[in-house]
Write a protein that binds this ligand. Structure first.
Ligand code: CUA
Length: 203
């Protein structure tokens, strides 16, 4: 029987054994190695996004995306413009509750600078079935230099919880073999009435 004022029987309060101290020292040293790896990886690691990034006002970015979409629109997919920019150009994609805008159609083997940003809050850019992930943050424009190396029809899933409609936030990036502007996804009549959400429309 023991209480708060009567010590229990045992040995846990005796000084640590030498081997225990060694293990604590090893664990601490390893912690320090991992701690040092964070700044080291920033400078030496290969995980930093290649390209340019700078601050941007979300509404300004949205206006830039709309301008881009109107400039290179070739069709429409469920009310979202299908945009086919020329090789070497700046390509804009914006995440917002609960849409990726616009639908991109790119050429395999061509290089682009893919700009990613958000209108409202953090979203996760996750290209399926390819395994490419990137966090999309409002206020920052990430210009990633990309060269699609395989043709296909991929979905952009949001992998960052962003609200009640998070699971419905689905976008699309199509990579075609050859000229991405050659074959419109929909009849020309659909392209005549671009659907453009207003900047700042999402709450
Ligand atoms: Cu956007 Cu979850």
């Amino acid at each position: 029987m023991h209480s708060a004022i009567v010590n229990p029987k045992g040995t846990w309060w005796v000084p640590a054994h030498k081997s225990e101290k060694i293990w604590v020292a090893i664990a601490f040293a390893w912690c320090m190695v991992l701690f040092a790896m964070m700044p080291l990886w920033h400078f030496k690691g290969g995980q930093n996004p290649a390209g340019v990034r700078h601050k941007v006002v979300p509404a300004t970015y949205m206006a830039r995306v709309q301008e881009f979409a109107q400039q290179y629109q070739v069709g429409e997919d469920n009310g979202i413009p299908v945009v086919a920019p020329p090789a070497g150009s700046d390509v804009y994609l914006i995440g917002m509750q609960y849409t990726w805008y616009p639908v991109l159609r790119l050429s395999k083997g061509a290089s682009y600078t893919l700009h990613l940003s958000s209108l409202d809050m953090n979203h996760g850019f996750s290209l399926y079935p390819l395994n490419i992930n990137f966090m999309v943050v409002p206020g920052y424009d990430y210009g990633l230099r990309i060269t699609p190396n395989q043709a296909g029809d991929s979905r952009v899933l949001c992998n960052e919880f962003c609200g009640i409609g998070h699971h419905t936030m689905l976008g699309r990036i199509v990579v075609v073999d050859g000229d991405n502007r050659a074959m419109p996804a929909t009849p020309a009549s659909a392209a005549a009435t671009p659907a453009v959400p207003s900047a700042g429309g999402a709450q």
